[in-house]
Design a protein. Structure first.
Length: 206
C-alpha cells in the first residue's frame, strides 16, 4: 500500500551463522575452532536469537521531484543529498524501512558484561547486529514479492542516513514518517535510534 505505514510485528528466520561467525572474526579457510569452542559459540547464538524480537516497519512513497540535489517524496518529505538523488534517479517510488531487534537482547548483553562473561556478551552482540541487518534483507524480499503483483520491483541496494552526504539528522524525518514508536523504537537528540540494534534504510522502486 502506498502512503501507509506497514508494521511487521514478528519477523522470524534462523540466525545467519556464517555472517555471525564472520562478524566475530572467524574465516572458514584461515580460522581453526575446537569443537568445544564452536559448540559454546553456537549455544550463545541460540540463546541470543531467542532473546531477539525482530519487528519492522516500512512505507512506500512516490518520488515527486528529484533534481539531482534534493529528493521530494510525497507527504512533504524532502532530503538534500546528491548521493541519495543519484541512488534514486531511476526510481518512481521509494521505500523507507526499519528493523529492530528489541530491548531484551541489549539488556542481556549488559547483564553478561556486568557478570564478566565477555564471550557471551560479544556473541550476543554479533548475533543481534547480524540478525537486525538480515531482517532488512528479509523485509526487502517481502516488499519485492508484494511489488511483483504490480509488475514492479524493489532495487536490491539500500541507502541509510549517515552515509556519504546523506546527513544523520535525516533519520528524524524517517523516524517520524515510519511512526517507529509503534515498534518500540525511540530516537535521541543526536539522531541515534534506541534500542541500539535498530536500523533504517531507503530503497528505490522501479
Amino acid at each position: 500500500m502506498i502512503n501507509t505505514v506497514i508494521i511487521l510485528e514478528k519477523i522470524v528466520f534462523d540466525p545467519p551463522l556464517d555472517q555471525i561467525y564472520k562478524r566475530l572474526g572467524y574465516r572458514k579457510r584461515t580460522t581453526s575452532l575446537s569443537s568445544t569452542h564452536q559448540q559454546e559459540t553456537n549455544r550463545c547464538i541460540g540463546e541470543a536469537s531467542h532473546l531477539i524480537q525482530l519487528r519492522g516497519a516500512y512505507l512506500r512513497l512516490p518520488v515527486e521531484t528529484n533534481d539531482g540535489r534534493t529528493i521530494d517524496l510525497a507527504g512533504r518529505l524532502s532530503f538534500a543529498s546528491t548521493k541519495l538523488a543519484a541512488f534514486l534517479k531511476d526510481s518512481r517510488e521509494a521505500v523507507l524501512m526499519c528493523a529492530t531487534a528489541g530491548p531484551g537482547i541489549l539488556d542481556a548483553i549488559h547483564e553478561k558484561t556486568l557478570a564478566g562473561d565477555m564471550t557471551a556478551a560479544v556473541v550476543y552482540d554479533a548475533t543481534a547486529s547480524e540478525m537486525t541487518d538480515a531482517a532488512l534483507d528479509w523485509m526487502t524480499d517481502y516488499i519485492d514479492r508484494q511489488l511483483r503483483r504490480e509488475s514492479r520491483k524493489l532495487m536490491p541496494r539500500r541507502f541509510s542516513a549517515g552515509y556519504a552526504d546523506f546527513a544523520l539528522e535525516n533519520q528524524k524525518d524517517i523516524y517520524d514518517a515510519l511512526q517507529l514508536e509503534k515498534i518500540g523504537v525511540t530516537i535521541t537528540s543526536g539522531y541515534l535510534l534506541k534500542p541500539e540494534k535498530s536500523v533504517t534504510a531507503i530503497a528505490g522502486i522501479m
